[in-house]
Design a protein around this ligand. Sequence first.
Ligand code: PMP
Length: 336
Amino acid sequence: MRIATDLADAVGQTPLIRLRKASELTGCEIYGKAEFMNPGQSVKDRAALFIIRDAVKKGLLEPGGTIVEGTAGNTGIGLALVGRSLGFNTVIVIPETQSQEKKDMIRLAGAELVQVPAAPYKNPNNYVRYSGRLAEEMAKSEPHGAIWANQFDNVANRQAHVETTGPEIWEQTGGKVDGFICAAGSGGTVAGVAEALQPKGVKVGLADPEGAGLYKIYTGEDNPGDSITEGIGQGRITANLEGYTPDFICRIPDEEALPIVYDLLQEEGLVMGGSTGVNVAGAIRMAQEMGPGHTIVTILCDFGNRYQSKLFNPDFLKQKNLPLPPWLDRAPASIP
Ligand code: PMP
């Protein structure tokens, strides 16, 4: 094991973990790329690093400069930590509906947090649009520069997965990989891995949560419903998704994704967020479509402690009429 020069240098090179239950169920080998083992505990550290490096290379940012972003959480944590490691400040604009744990973590990581009411993209005060305006204003006065990370349409995000995630998967499996599948937020992960691995013959699929827009865009069929998963569910072809064509696509209800999250925790020791449940459900569907004997990789996106007040909160699940595993509903043992 080498010594990383700083925290930024410790991003990536995550293990692939065999998912026992999903593999047994399908007769395939299903592996999860352990992105929760990045320093910021999510897949978004990779995008954060590449976005910052790209801005520095283009001369838009010098040490002491500021990175501004609108984010549902994980990108903010990644930008704040990687930014701090490389000498930059961070301002994060977040919809106030995101989990308290993520907001606390962003503050803890040293970013300034600006909360805005949850509003659709067409509203000028939507968190993404607000962050773009804020960055533009700051760029006029910041002596060391200010940039808008713009994860959705900044293709430095996708490039992180073209140059690191995809090649790591290829190397770790010794090229013995038939499929890859994950959900899309910005689309950087799925489209970047596709750019790296589709030319090598790997089928790259998209798992869309219920209610998300990409399913309809790619298939023409409606995708009714709703999802409590955070960080995924895109309604448009972002710049990061341009050029990507899914080889396989499925829509995953929360009722299918959440039991997988609880099983991963109870049976395999993996404490994951909701998007990982959608990803593993997608990998199982893709494996069933391909048939036994194939190798399929998905993403274990982020660590579940970020969702204690939602995914792992019986009151929240009951209120949303979502499946509640009996072990989670147990009252804490009392000491006689
Ligand atoms: N899962 C979680 C928890 C996320 O925060 C994100 C990014 N918003 C994703 C999945 C999707 O990653 P990408 O932006 O690369 O599509």
